[in-house]
Design a protein around this ligand. Structure first.
Ligand code: GLN
Length: 488
């Protein structure tokens, strides 16, 4: 187990801060030094405001000295995907469109993290507007996987995953529309949680596909994910999809929920395209749960094969609508030499958006257009209902569903960049969860012979995050994968 400060868990560091073995300022300095040492190679940060992080660390230390520490996150830096608003900080979505945009306000998750004493930490790279699975669609830079710098960290929240895996953060936030937290967590050997749709406010999140987007944590352990989730979850009047529910103390509930659980294995998730080493690691995890006394049951999610198709219709339709606001007039990139207003729209959008974003806007506009709406968009919505029903049917028989997170381990930079369809197929096991609005978590479950992390996905029932975290933790407690660190 690595003993360096920057490789410790939130839970450990919270204890060290409480016992005054370290100050928040010292922690921030250690992370700054680590970021300097590794980010030239990993390229996870679009930017980092060291001054404001240090100022907030000193404020946390002062609170603690005055006996007013706010709990387990006080003084802990939390990395922010560069689509989550932080007042006075750049908010680029890794797009030329927002290259010079400074956020005038805090997202609700930022407000809540601050209320818990946490410190917003850096602006972490992503695929432009969160569209992609590798960060290669970023207009800023391609982030590299700390376990193997010739490979991608996954995406779209690749910067949030790579910064954490490299020790340049202690926990981070990402957003997940079709897998963007869970897949990079799997590729980088981390825990990544996509909460139930409606549990975490998206106010202040740059919208991609609003019926699918959720914000969630990346962490080194299930316990850390529980701590961060507690801080950011809960009803918000600024997001009309946010659910009115009590947020449990997920961390305190972990030891209280002991199973044994009934776990479903969907047969449709173990077919063609699944890497044999990933399949073997997941099979071992199944056997482990069986050894814990869990009941393992084969279940069927019969509409799985239509998931990718339905997702890429619904997500592109919603993105074509959400991204209409970037017109070069109100804010965002504005073209220099336009002849009239319409020409200004054309030029600003042509210059501001990258190729994948344009592809999706065009696709989304097409599937919504009259004459094609019924054939594509409406049918995709019906498929979505069937997919949700598949999951709810399975939950009559099981408490959670167990699958691989991604069909392969991290692939090489450039391997899929020229083939959008191959890239879209990375999401086969994760998008159903978004279409159905369910919570999903990825936990490290092994390494390939080449030393690449493998992720296990657990899918829970709506708003049953406490149970899902406990199931994940039961696996984690019996393994040491999550304690390994890359040799950077
Ligand atoms: N890879 C998927 C896509 O490209 C998911 C992205 C996400 O979850 N933001 O749409």
């Amino acid at each position: 187990m690595a003993s360096e400060i920057y490789y410790r868990t939130v839970a450990d560091l919270g204890g060290m801060l409480a016992r005054r073995e370290i100050s928040s300022e010292e922690l921030v300095c250690a992370l700054l030094a680590r970021k300097e040492a590794v980010d030239g190679r990993v390229k996870a940060f679009n930017s980092l405001d060291a001054e404001s992080a240090l100022t907030e660390a000193r404020a946390s230390d002062a609170r603690r000295a005055a006996g007013q520490a706010r709990g387990p996150l006080d003084g802990i830096p939390i990395g922010m995907k560069d689509v989550i608003a932080v007042t006075g900080q750049p908010l680029t979505a890794s797009s030329r469109m927002l290259a010079n945009f400074i956020s005038p306000y805090d997202a609700t998750v930022t407000v809540r993290l601050r209320a818990a004493g946490a410190i917003p930490w850096g602006r972490l790279n992503l695929d432009e507007f969160a569209m992609g699975s590798s960060t290669e669609n970023s207009a800023t830079q391609t982030t590299l996987n700390p376990w193997d710098l010739s490979r991608v960290p996954g995406g779209s929240s690749g910067g949030s995953a790579a910064a954490l895996a490299a020790g340049a953060a202690v926990a981070t936030l990402g957003s997940d529309t079709g897998g963007s937290i869970r897949q990079p967590a799997a590729f980088c050997g981390l825990v990544g949680l996509k909460p139930t749709y409606g549990l975490v406010s998206r106010y202040g999140l740059v919208a991609f596909a609003s019926s699918l987007d959720q914000i969630g944590p990346f962490a080194r352990t299930v316990e850390d994910a529980a701590i961060v989730l507690r801080a950011i979850a809960g009803h918000d009047v600024h997001d009309s999809t946010s659910f009115r529910a009590e947020v449990p103390d997920y961390r305190a509930e972990l030891p209280q929920r002991r199973g044994p659980w009934r776990l479903g294995i969907p047969k449709e998730y173990f077919g063609a395209g699944l890497d044999p080493e990933v399949a073997a690691a997941v099979a071992k995890a199944v056997a482990y749960y069986q050894g814990l006394g869990c009941t393992i049951k084969e279940v069927s999610l019969p509409h799985t094969e239509y998931g990718v198709g339905a997702y890429y219709i619904i997500a592109t339709a919603e993105c074509s609508s959400n991204l209409a606001r970037f017109d070069g007039i109100r804010y965002g990139h504005r073209a220099k030499s336009a002849t009239d207003a319409v020409d200004l729209y054309f030029r600003s959008r042509a210059e501001g958006f990258g190729p994948e974003v344009k592809r999706r806007i065009i696709l989304g506009t097409y599937v919504l257009s009259s004459g094609y709406y019924d054939a594509f968009y409406l049918r995709a919505q019906k498929v979505r209902t069937l997919i949700r029903q598949d999951f709810l049917n399975a939950f009559h028989e099981v408490d959670a569903i167990l699958t691989p997170t991604a069909p392969t381990p991290a692939f090489r930079v450039g391997e899929k960049a020229a083939n959008p369809l191959a890239m879209y197929l990375c999401d086969v096991y994760t998008i159903g969860v978004n279409l159905a609005g369910l919570p999903g978590i990825s936990v490290p479950c092994g390494f390939t012979s080449g030393g690449l992390p493998v992720g296990l996905q657990l899918i829970g029932q709506p708003f049953q995050e406490a149970e899902l975290l406990a199931i994940a933790r039961a696996y984690e407690s019996g393994h040491e994968w999550h304690t390994r660190r890359p040799a950077l």
